[in-house]
Design a protein around this ligand. Sequence first.
Ligand SMILES: [Zn+2]
Length: 440
Amino acid sequence: MIGSSVVSRTRSWIVLCLGMLTIGAPAAFAADCPGHPDALGTSRTLVVDPREHPLIGTMQYRETLPLKDHEVVLTFDDGPLPKYSNQVLQILADECIKATFFIIGSQAKANPEGVRKLVAAGHTVGTHSMDHPLTFDRMPIDKAEAEINGGIAWTSAAMTDPTQLAPFFRIPGLMRAEGVENYLMSRGIQVWSADFPADDWRHVSSDRVYQLAIQRLEAKGKGILLLHDIQARTVAALPKIIRDLKARGYRIVHVVPATAERPATPTTTVEWLLHPPTETTPIARWPRVPNFVFTQTRTLPAPALADLNAQAEHQQLLPLRTMAQANVAATLPVPSRALFAIPEGSVEVLLSTTLSRRAATRLAMAAETSRAARDKAAQAKAAKGKAARLQGRRTAHAAPAAPDHAEQPKGTTTGAAPRGSASRSATSRPTRVASLKKRA
Ligand SMILES: [Zn+2]
């Protein structure tokens, strides 16, 4: 692992040096974390172009960040709230970890210094609406736009340099809606869902937050972790999460947006899938088109009409097909009359081809009722002598509420036996449709 990280470090440094020009404080690696030799550090910086991959996070979208196995991106929502955000900042600083913060406009308005601290510490700062309404999935689009723009306005206003604001947005409560996503995409803003939460906004213990973070990360092997820097339980769980990440060999990735001076990290499309297709995925094993080597590449001449033995003036060019169809039709047997016999009580059901579904069902049910009355007499007669026999013939899975199941003649029903069909008389054999069952 050490050997391979040397290569990636060298590569990351190139990216980082570029990043420092616009990001501010430099990211650091574990070995470069002054006073914290055991720090987890930040292993690399990933530069993303929001326009190329506008929707990320497998909790809701097909794509997620192009992370390698055991790479993690930490994200914190809903701040800044000095009481807890400052503690989170200190924990991250002690581990030389760079994260992404999604700021609420009203929080930035109340605590602009908190936003400046995040930027000064080199973290990525995106936004999370103005007032965090949990109705993005159903609010009018102009209201959603106002929420988005309010958050952006107040967060960037808090910054010394507003260009430090990343075009990253996380929808409050992840209440996604297509209109909202389309609006954000049209503005070149990347919509961040997540790959797993740790439920730190719920009333759970900090230990539970730690457990969920690790469990869910282990289940996916990499991804974006969703946390909140406004919760005491998150502050309490974070050091433990980070220590465990280090022990389990996870690496922190810092994500920044591409700019004119800072091009996106080169990636392939499949890297944006959490689990790209592998050799065990059938589509990946589908044989490729072989590379034939042609021994003769000279083009063959097109056939002349005469070669087809056709007379263009009074003959169609493809007469064989027409004749073949005619021959097939001639050899088909005349259907038996029995095929068209309609079991009693089923005429109405057949009407459903011309009636509306509801009307057909109503008619069919009416027919059922009258037939059931007719059958009742016959059934009562037969039931006594049959009860014992029925008992023995019931199938193991027949529901007690529909004992007539076992009595159904083979092939006459989809399994919906109406009351009265127990009679064996031919007139009572029903032809069923599925809709009857539901409404019976
Ligand atoms: Zn939130």
